[in-house]
Design a binder for this molecule. Structure first.
Ligand code: NZQ
Ligand code: ZN
Length: 389
């Protein structure tokens, strides 16, 4: 196990009616004038936005609203949010929604305390040293932004989708009521399930030795998701299954299972290029890239892939060569993704095979991955595998 520092200070308020506590939580963390950030309208239609505003009013928190965040959130709304915070001396950012609203809020919180262009943080020109406090009300189990150090924003000019990790991005609180996810379209739920599994697997496939505890934690999380997913997909009001997914999505990405080990992240980097170019949903991009990545790299550590197959997918290794076991695990993962309705090929995810060289060339810094380091020719190969079901 590698040395690590881990500070995850978010206060999680989980369960039925948790959103009623939002106003008191903003107060608890020093907010008196909040910017509410939300997406394309699901929280308006569900009545959640009104409930949150009523809770803020009851706690004496003044508020303004900024709606219209799109999935794969863009820089234009971040600039608008920063302008509002500065113009109205707002002191708290409150996203109500999924990863896109939360990431937009994180970028606004950074930019509101900075005199330059917030994009400086995303292109490595500057580091965040101050940010407004932010806390969130989560409506989809997926990105894990409610507990993570990340925010991912797409700069409109140049279509650059870039992530930024900093401890300033850990929300002060996260309100997590599984009932708020009952209104999710099945496709969005499936995208979220795919994403949270990917967050665990980006950490699971590592070259670091002596990581038995975090291996077991990762495997337990994956198994719990695999069990809960079909139940939640079949019954949009099954509280237990949605609660499992909601908490699993947070644990998948707050780095509990990633500490002390080298992590990969190639599939995410490649997936971001698909989202930037085709506006593919993040989970859908991962559904076609991650199995192709596995197919390409498994020979690097067949034993680890065989462990993944037997412990996560229940593959029976008896009488099989290790490689056959490993491949059965990858096949089981592919079958699971198909069973929840995820795209199977690059084209089904909106990609064009003729763009493969450009997609590979646009990956940040021209290289990615740690389990196996990939340069553009290898990324191209993975994307070609992703063209086949
Ligand atoms: O915009 P609205 O109308 O709210 O609809 C959203 C959106 O269309 C809808 N939705 C969310 N909750 C709903 C709902 N519809 C009905 N009922 C509900 N309860 O779902 C759609 C997707 O929402 P979005 O916020 O985009 O989903 P997600 O949480 O998957 O976030 C995706 C973004 O997060 C980034 C992704 O790259 C992508 O940009 N990520 C952020 C990470 C982080 N900050 O730690 C890590 C991830 O790896 C990921 O990169
Ligand atoms: Zn992700």
């Amino acid at each position: 196990m590698l040395n690590f520092e881990f500070c995850a200070p978010t206060k999680f308020v989980f369960g039925r009616d948790a959103q009623e506590k939002t106003g008191a939580l903003v107060r608890e963390f020093g907010g008196s004038r909040a910017l509410i950030v939300y997406g394309g309208g699901s929280v308006v239609r569900s009545g959640l936005l009104s409930q949150v505003m009523a809770s803020l009013d009851a706690a004496g928190v003044a508020h303004m609203e900024l709606g219209g965040v799109k999935p794969n959130p863009r820089s234009d709304l971040v600039y608008e949010g920063i302008r509002l915070c500065k113009a109205h001396a707002l002191d708290f950012v409150l996203p109500v929604g999924g990863g896109s609203a939360i990431d937009t809020a994180k970028a606004i919180a950074d930019g509101a305390c900075y005199d330059g262009d917030f994009w400086d943080f995303y292109c490595g020109k500057a580091a965040v040293t101050r940010a407004l406090p932010h806390g969130c009300v989560l409506t989809i189990p997926a990105a894990g932004s409610e507990g993570s150090t990340s925010a991912v924003i797409t700069k409109i000019e140049g279509n650059l989708k870039r992530g930024l990790n900093t401890d300033f991005h850990r929300p002060r609180f996260a309100v997590m009521n599984p009932e708020l996810t009952f209104t999710l379209p099945r496709y969005q739920l499936a995208c979220g399930i795919t994403d949270m599994m990917a967050h665990i697997m980006e950490r699971y496939f590592t070259n670091t030795r002596d990581v038995a505890l975090t291996d077991r934690l990762a495997e337990a999380l994956l198994q719990s998701i695999i069990e809960a997913a079909p139940v939640a997909m079949a019954d949009s009001a099954d509280y237990a299954a949605h609660a499992t997914l909601m908490w699993a999505g947070m644990l998948a990405h707050n780095n509990s299972v990633g500490v002390g080990r080298e992590q990969d992240w190639a599939s995410h980097q490649i997936g971001h290029e698909l989202s930037a170019r085709y506006d593919t949903a993040h989970g859908a991009a991962l559904a076609v890239v991650f199995p192709a990545w596995m197919q390409y790299v498994y020979r690097h550590d067949v034993a680890r892939f065989a462990q993944f197959a037997t412990r996560v997918w229940g593959v029976d290794a008896a009488g099989k060569a290790q490689e056959e076991t490993a491949l059965s695990g990858i096949a089981a993962y592919r079958a699971f993704l198909a069973s929840i309705g995820m795209p199977q090929t690059l084209e089904e995810a909106g990609g064009k095979p003729e763009d493969i060289p450009a997609l590979a060339a646009s990956v940040v810094n021209g290289r990615t991955g740690h389990f196996v380091e990939l340069l553009p020719p290898q990324i191209e190969e993975i994307l070609r595998i992703a063209c086949k079901a």
